[in-house]
Design a protein around this ligand. Structure first.
Ligand SMILES: [Zn+2]
Length: 503
C-alpha cells in the first residue's frame, strides 16, 4: 500500500483517493520569466515520480499544472514588481512574448527529462474572469479589505489560517515581524495578509498585462491563480463561469517545493477554504531543495545551473533525472559536477545492462530458460515496497542494482548463462522503468547489415589465425561505421556507439 508524507498532518499516511480509482493531482507550475534551473526541475521530477507510482498502482490521474505568467512579484510581501513585466523591460520584449518564450523553454526541459505532461496546463492569464469571481465571493463573505494598492485578504478572519506551517495566525505574524527583511505595506492590517488584486502602478513604466475589475484596473495576486485553477479543473466549483462554492470537491494531492509551504500554499488554502468551508486538499507533498556547497541553488543566489548548461557540457539530460532519483524527495540533494558524472556513469551501466540482456537473448533464445535462477519476484517486491514507502527512490534503485548484479553473476557463469530467462529479466527492468522514466525501452540492438556482418566474420577469422594487424584494421573499419566491438568469451558483442546519445 502506498504511503505518503503529508505536510498537513506531519505524518506518513496510507494514500486513499476520494474516488476509488481516480486521483486529482495539482502541481504548481513555473513562473515563466526566466529559464528553470536544476533546483526548480528537481520538484517537477519528484512530482513525476509520484504520478508514475500512482499510475503504476492503476489510478487514473487527472493532473493539472498552472503556468504563472502574471502576478508573481519580486517580493513575497506584495511589494516589488511583477517578475514578467520586469523581464520584458530588460529584454525589450512584450510581457506576452517573455511568458511564451520561457514556457516553451520549460516544456522543452520537461521533455528532455522525460516528464509525463499534465493533462491540463493552465495559464494564469486565461482565467482572469474566474479570478474576479473568486475575489467577489471572498468580498461577499467578508474576507477582503481595500488599500491604496489593491484588494487584500484579511487572514485574521480565517480561524485555522497557517495550518500547513504548523503555526497559527499569531505565531506566523510574530515570526514575520521578527524576521522582516522586506518592507511591508503599512496599510496591511496584518503581516500575513496578502493581495488578491493589485492595482496597476500609477507611476513608473506602464504595465502591459492589466485588466479592468470592479475595484480598478490591475492584475491578480500570485496565489489566486492556483486557487482558481484548482477550483475550476479539479474541484468542479465553476459552472458556466460562475463560482458555486458548495459544489467544490476536495482534491487528493497538491505538490510543490518546500518554499511554497509558508506563503503560497498557505494562502491558496485560505482563499479556497474561506469560500467553500470545506477541506481544500487531502495530501500536501513538498520536495526539498537542490543545494550546492554554499547553500540553496537559486536564480537570486546566482549559482543556478540550467539543464542546457549540462547538455552543453556533454551530459545526457537523463543523468540529472538519475541523480534526482538517488536522493529521497524530502532530503535536500547536493548538486556537484562530480555527483552528476557519477550519475551518468550509473546510467551508462544501466544502458549497458539492458543492451547486454538484449544481445545475449538473441544468442541463447533457443535454450530453455530457468525462471528461478534470478529472484525476480523478490526483487520486484523490494522495489515496489520502497516506492510505496513515501517514494523511497534510493531504495528502489538499490533493488534495480540488485537485479543487475545478480544478472551479471549468472550471465558470466559458463554453466548457467544459457539458462537465464533473458526476456523476464528485461521485462522486469522495463517494469521498473515505468516509474524511473530512464527511457530504457528505447535501447535496441543495431541492425547488422550484410556488409557489417562480413566485416565481423572476417575479423573473427583473422583473430583465429592470429593475424592481429588485419583484425585491427577490420576493427577500425567497423568503428568507422559507428559500432564498437567487444570481444567476449562468447564471441564478439557489437555495440552502437551512439547508444547513449540516440534518444
Ligand atoms: Zn501554486
Amino acid at each position: 500500500m502506498l504511503k505518503l508524507y503529508n505536510t498537513l498532518t506531519k505524518k506518513t499516511q496510507p494514500f486513499k483517493p476520494l474516488h476509488e480509482k481516480r486521483v486529482s493531482l495539482y502541481t504548481c507550475g513555473p513562473t515563466v520569466y526566466s529559464f528553470a534551473h536544476l533546483g526548480n526541475l528537481k520538484t517537477y521530477l519528484f512530482e513525476d515520480i509520484l504520478k508514475r507510482v500512482l499510475i503504476y498502482h492503476g489510478y487514473q490521474v487527472k493532473h493539472v499544472m498552472n503556468i504563472t505568467d502574471v502576478g508573481h512579484l519580486t517580493s513575497n510581501a506584495d511589494s516589488g514588481v511583477d517578475k514578467i513585466e520586469q523581464e520584458a523591460l530588460t529584454e525589450q520584449k512584450s510581457a506576452w512574448e517573455i511568458a511564451e518564450f520561457y514556457s516553451q523553454a520549460f516544456f522543452n526541459d520537461l521533455k528532455q527529462l522525460n516528464v509525463i505532461f499534465p493533462k491540463i496546463i493552465a495559464k494564469a492569464t486565461d482565467y482572469i474572469p474566474e479570478d474576479l469571481e473568486l475575489i467577489k465571493e471572498l468580498e461577499r463573505q467578508g474576507y477582503t479589505y481595500r488599500t491604496s494598492d489593491g484588494i487584500y485578504f484579511d487572514t485574521s478572519k480565517l480561524k485555522d489560517y497557517g495550518k500547513l506551517t504548523g503555526m497559527n495566525f499569531e505565531q506566523l505574524n510574530k515570526l514575520l515581524k521578527a524576521g522582516a527583511r522586506v518592507e511591508f505595506s503599512p496599510e496591511k492590517k496584518h503581516l500575513t495578509d496578502f493581495a488578491l488584486w493589485k492595482f496597476s502602478p500609477t507611476s513608473g513604466p506602464k504595465r502591459q498585462m492589466e485588466w479592468s475589475s470592479p475595484w480598478g484596473v490591475g492584475f491578480p495576486g500570485w496565489h489566486l491563480e492556483c486557487a482558481v485553477i484548482n477550483l475550476k479543473f479539479l474541484a468542479g466549483a465553476f459552472q458556466r463561469g460562475k463560482l458555486i462554492p458548495k459544489k467544490a470537491q476536495t482534491i487528493d494531492l497538491h505538490c510543490g517545493g518546500v518554499d511554497h509551504i509558508p506563503i503560497h500554499h498557505t494562502n491558496e488554502i485560505a482563499e479556497v477554504e474561506a469560500v467553500t468551508k470545506k477541506k481544500f486538499v487531502n495530501f500536501w507533498l513538498h520536495g526539498a531543495f537542490l543545494v550546492v556547497k554554499e547553500g540553496r541553488m537559486g536564480k537570486s543566489e546566482g549559482n543556478a545551473v540550467l539543464l542546457t548548461d549540462l547538455i552543453k557540457k556533454g551530459f545526457h539530460p537523463l543523468s540529472y533525472r538519475y541523480l534526482v532519483l538517488t536522493a529521497h524527495y524530502r532530503t535536500p540533494l547536493e548538486f556537484s559536477w562530480e555527483s552528476l558524472k557519477a550519475s551518468e556513469e550509473s546510467l551508462k551501466n544501466i544502458f549497458d545492462f539492458i543492451y547486454d540482456c538484449l544481445w545475449w537473448q538473441t544468442k541463447y533464445q533457443s535454450e530453455k530458460p530457468q525462471n528461478n535462477l534470478l529472484p525476480l519476484n523478490q526483487i520486484h517486491k523490494k522495489w515496489l515496497e520502497a516506492l510505496d514507502d513515501d517514494l523511497n527512490t534510493p531504495q528502489a534503485l538499490a533493488a534495480f542494482w540488485e537485479l543487475i548484479n545478480s544478472y551479471y553473476q549468472i550471465r558470466k557463469n559458463p554453466q548457467l548463462k544459457n539458462k537465464i530467462n533473458f526476456k523476464a529479466v528485461y521485462q522486469t527492468a522495463l517494469e521498473f522503468d515505468k516509474v524511473f522514466g530512464l527511457k530504457l525501452n528505447k535501447i535496441t540492438l543495431p541492425k547488422i547489415d550484410s556488409h557489417l556482418k562480413q566485416l565481423i566474420t572476417e575479423r573473427e577469422q583473422a583473430r583465429q589465425q592470429q593475424q592481429w594487424n588485419k583484425a585491427d584494421q577490420l576493427r577500425k573499419e567497423i568503428d568507422k561505421l559507428g559500432y564498437l566491438i567487444e570481444d567476449t568469451a562468447d564471441g564478439p558483442k557489437i555495440i552502437t556507439k551512439e547508444i547513449y546519445r540516440n534518444y
